[in-house]
Design a binder for this molecule. Structure first.
Ligand code: MN
Length: 197
């Protein structure tokens, strides 16, 4: 069995102007696709090739982990955005965020700061522990809350390949634009139903 890159949940140009069709074509069609190709090459004929991708992320190390986690992280990330996203979450999600961050604006500000300050390549995450408490994590390279015993709820890819075609060195502008496309319905769903892809 081999791992198959899932379909993008919208058109390549659907998130424009946040990200252009060209930016998304490279990110989804080249970078994300390559993690699947690399992973399949690494696990060919091995036990990992018959595991769910999430299990490989939880159990592997080294190049297998890097490619499996990057494959999973991107599949999750695509669902965190929507052409009809942005705005404010539903009232119950706002209440949950306010409980753990004080206010929705404080949460956005803390998440944006974590994403902007993350040195080098990585991901900004909203994650939830087993008690339901939300926290922001800035994790390097392919690292994921899954490896810290936490459930991913929302993520933003801040590897340069995520934004360099559209934003060049302006990572903070990319982060600012992200809030216009966040798929709060998916975020809310992630609180109750862990993403399995
Ligand atoms: Mn990426």
């Amino acid at each position: 069995m081999s791992f198959k890159q899932p379909e993008l949940p919208y058109d390549l140009k659907a998130l424009s102007p946040f990200v252009s069709e060209e930016q998304m074509s490279f990110h989804y069609g080249k970078h994300h696709a390559a993690y699947f190709t690399n992973l399949n090459g690494l696990v060919d004929g091995k036990a990992e090739s018959d595991m769910p991708l999430k299990e490989v992320v939880l159990k592997s190390e080294g190049p297998v982990f890097n490619n499996a986690a990057q494959a999973w992280n991107h599949s999750f990330f695509w669902h965190c955005m929507s052409p009809s996203g942005g705005g404010a979450p539903s009232a119950d999600l706002v209440t949950h965020i306010e409980r753990d961050f004080g206010s929705f604006d404080d949460f956005k500000s803390q998440f944006s700061t974590a994403a902007a300050k993350l040195f080098g390549s990585g991901w900004a995450w909203l994650a939830m522990d087993s008690a339901g408490k939300l926290e922001i994590m800035a994790l390097s390279n392919a690292d994921t809350p899954l490896r810290h015993g936490k459930e991913p709820i929302l993520t933003l890819d801040v590897w340069e390949h995520a934004y360099y075609i559209d934003y060049r060195n302006q990572r903070p502008k990319f982060i600012e634009g992200f809030w216009d496309v966040v798929n709060w319905d998916f975020v809310k769903q992630s609180l109750g139903t862990p993403f399995k892809e």
